[in-house]
Design a protein around this ligand. Structure first.
Ligand SMILES: O=C(O)CCC(=O)C(=O)O
Ligand SMILES: [Fe+2]
Length: 702
């Protein structure tokens, strides 16, 4: 009998951006006011004292009302950073802080604290040096000024000292010569940023989606004036900011989607081309100001968090859920994420997209039949597929055999790769890169919601599957039960036990497993969008990417040390490259560890890591092995995508484990492996059939 599943716990461990404090300036003023009253009884004691105090307070009050900026200076004086304080003090008239100012500050701070290099938190064995680039300095300038101006205006509760403290904690290797560049060079710096194409994809769909995302951004923080100064502009409403008389389009490149233009008020706007040039659109969406828009301005690994970012983030557009439409699954084969017990010769690779309809139908019908049948069917149709022959020469440069990390801008965020250096020398080709802020807070929360909804929607008793009889026995033994099981407990022709035994096992095994749900390329706006971003920043071809898998790990769960490819295999359907994106900060534990490389990465919301599992010649690299360590506090959510050496669809099925039984729409399965931690994982994901069906019927799900 079907049994209602207990709904998965609501996510409660999302990162909280620093809460905005109440306005310090206001508090300070009112406290001064109280002091005036309290000091009255003392007036009799000394006229002189009275006059002095009164004069001082009156002057302060007048100064405050006439020059509200003074209140921010009061705050500045409380900060423990003399060098930056001096900079700000010296600039109090102009309300502009230049790159040079910040450069000087960063340098003097580094000199004072005798620092030239950074240790990277969480990966502290990695002696990775980071440099403050021109644009980072420019962003810092904008950021400081933004904090300052907001503080002055009193319209936002951003305590200036908070920004300062964050700056103070930045660990950097200072690029000294940057500090002496003239302020006017900021303009050039930002112009050169503008030249960065936000989308160089040839794929029209992806361009479309990326445009949509960009023009929806309403992030505007600072404005760069033509004389090379950065201005924080919190007075104008966003819709006021695009000037239809704007004249200068900075980028000359027709293909560049991000453009900047100088408005008649002598300000430079940076944003999506359409948003800037089309008045109607722009008033709706507002431009993106690239210079100071990053929600997290990264200086090394110490983020300066914009405390206003949390407010700006809008409701998730993913709330309805990706892949919310469930297609009937008559026969289900798990797409192996863990062990692949059988390998299919690459001769069998069939590019189903190139098959005539009837052949497609047959391929679909034959899917799930026994291997013999399938082999015959695929062999028969493989003559239709030009690329079905397998040899090492298949690993041509035009295929996805490596990745190219590069800096890019997306949705106003700067997404820049940092190579994580191996600590142990290995003779492997494996490289790991890290990108912070790859996903926005909104996307992360949307994906976690989608995942939780998927899990919750599967109310029927899941079917439990094991990679072998011995694994099943081990699980029973570990649960302290003394029963003997034989292969008869498996549903015939499958690796799964029946529903009633599944229910029994579930109670024994405590059902505290990790959960995986998946969606496919093109299945949602998000998948198309993020595929484009992965292409821009990592050089990963969208069509070579497989499913997007979201996994949550509850407290105490981990994932065994494994490779994403199969060691010893040269199967071209293996996973060449993995991209792992963290959707939240696991409060404690949950690090991804590469034991052979001496690298471990702490989960952080929006962070992505990418690495190659296979060598460029197509051999699975044992040194790519990695593990998820135990979640010690909170819960961990990730999104993972694997890339294959050529079109995912063209590769056909990856090798599959033994067949799985028919499942109902609302029935998940739990797949248990033989390993130490977190050995069972719940899956409700779509299958390769869904992808075919989706592509054939053009099902767009959101
Ligand atoms: O959760 C992690 O940190 C690693 C996950 C992983 O390696 C996988 O799912 O293949
Ligand atoms: Fe993995």
């Amino acid at each position: 009998m079907a049994r209602k599943r207990t709904p998965t716990k609501q996510v409660n461990d999302r990162i909280q951006l620093s809460k905005e404090n109440s306005n310090k300036s206001t508090r300070e003023t009112s406290s001064n006011g109280e002091n005036v009253k309290q000091s009255k009884p003392c007036l009799k004691a000394s006229h002189l004292t009275f006059v002095t105090i009164l004069l001082t307070l009156t002057t302060a009050a007048v100064c405050y009302s006439v020059y509200p900026e003074l209140t921010s200076l009061m705050d500045i004086r409380r900060t423990p950073m003399p060098s930056l304080r001096n900079i700000v003090d010296s600039k109090k008239d102009s309300r502009v802080i230049s790159k040079r100012d910040i450069g000087e500050h960063v340098i003097s701070d580094a000199i004072q604290t005798n620092r030239e290099s950074a240790s990277i938190p969480f990966i502290d064995q990695v002696p990775n040096m980071l440099e403050v680039s021109d644009e980072e300095l420019a962003k810092l300038a904008a950021k400081i000024m933004q904090l300052k101006t907001r503080h002055v205006a009193g319209s936002e509760n951003v305590p200036l000292s908070e920004g300062m403290d964050n700056l103070n904690s930045a660990d950097v290797k200072v690029k000294r010569d940057n500090s002496v560049q003239s302020e006017s060079e900021i303009l050039n710096d930002l112009k050169s940023q503008v030249q960065i194409s936000v989308n160089d994809s040839n794929n029209d769909d992806i361009n479309q989606e990326t445009k949509g995302q960009l023009s929806n951004s309403d992030a505007v923080e600072a404005i760069l004036s033509e004389d090379g100064k950065l201005w924080s502009d919190n007075s104008a409403s966003k819709s006021d900011r695009v000037d239809k008389n704007a004249s200068t389009v900075v980028s000359k490149d027709e293909n560049v989607q991000m453009q900047a233009l100088a408005s008649s008020e002598n300000k430079v706007y940076v944003g999506h081309k359409n948003a800037l040039l089309n008045e109607e659109k722009s008033t709706k969406t507002g431009p993106i100001i690239l210079s100071a828009d990053s929600p997290h301005i990264s200086l090394g690994f110490n983020d300066i968090q914009s405390v206003s970012t949390a407010e700006r983030e809008r409701k998730s557009t993913h709330k309805k859920g990706l892949g919310s439409k469930q297609t009937k699954q008559k026969e289900f084969k798990i797409r192996s994420e863990e062990k692949n017990s059988e390998r299919i010769s690459t001769k069998e690779i069939v590019d189903r997209s190139q098959l005539p309809n009837t052949a497609k139908e047959n391929a679909k019908k034959n899917f799930g039949k026994n291997d013999k049948t399938k082999k015959q069917s695929t062999d028969a149709s493989s003559t239709l597929h030009a690329g079905s022959k397998s040899s090492d020469t298949d690993f041509k440069p035009s295929f996805q055999r490596t990745f190219t990390p590069k800096k890019t801008f997306y949705g106003g965020r700067r997404i820049a790769p940092v190579e994580l250096l191996n600590q142990q020398p290995t003779n492997s080709s494996v490289k790991v890169y890290l990108f912070d802020d790859f996903l926005s807070q909104q996307e992360c929360e949307g994906l976690m919601n989608v995942h939780n909804n998927h899990v919750r929607a599967h109310t029927k008793q899941p079917i439990l599957c094991f990679d072998s009889l011995n694994t099943l026995r081990k699980h029973i033994r570990d649960a302290g039960k003394k029963i003997t099981v034989t292969s008869k407990v498996f549903t015939e022709g499958t690796s799964c036990v029946n529903e009633s035994f599944s229910l029994q096992l579930q109670s024994w095994l405590n059902s505290n497993w990790s959960y995986s749900t998946a969606f496919y390329p093109g299945e949602s706006k998000f998948s198309t969008n993020v595929a484009g971003r992965l292409q821009q920043s990592m050089g990963l071809k969208p069509e070579n990417g497989g499913k997007f898998q979201i996994t949550s790990y509850p407290l105490g769960k981990a994932y065994k040390t494994h490779t994403d490819c199969t060691i010893g295999s040269v199967d071209k359907r293996d996973r060449v490259i993995s991209v792992l994106m963290y959707l939240n900060d696991a409060e404690e534990g949950g690090e991804t560890k590469f034991p052979d490389l001496g690298i471990w990465v702490k989960p952080k919301r929006g962070r992505a890591i990418v690495w190659n599992n296979m060598s460029p010649s197509g051999v699975c690299e044992p040194h790519s092995r990695h593990a998820a360590s135990v979640v010690k506090k909170g819960k961990k959510y990730i999104l993972i995508r694997w890339y294959y050496y050529k079109s995912f669809q063209g590769l056909g099925h990856r090798p599959t484990p033994p067949h799985l039984p028919v499942r109902d729409d609302d029935q998940a399965l739990v797949s248990c492996d033989d390993y130490d931690n977190g050995s069972c994982r719940w899956y409700d994901e779509w299958t390769y059939e869904h992808l075919l069906e989706y592509q054939q019927n053009k099902l767009y799900l959101s």
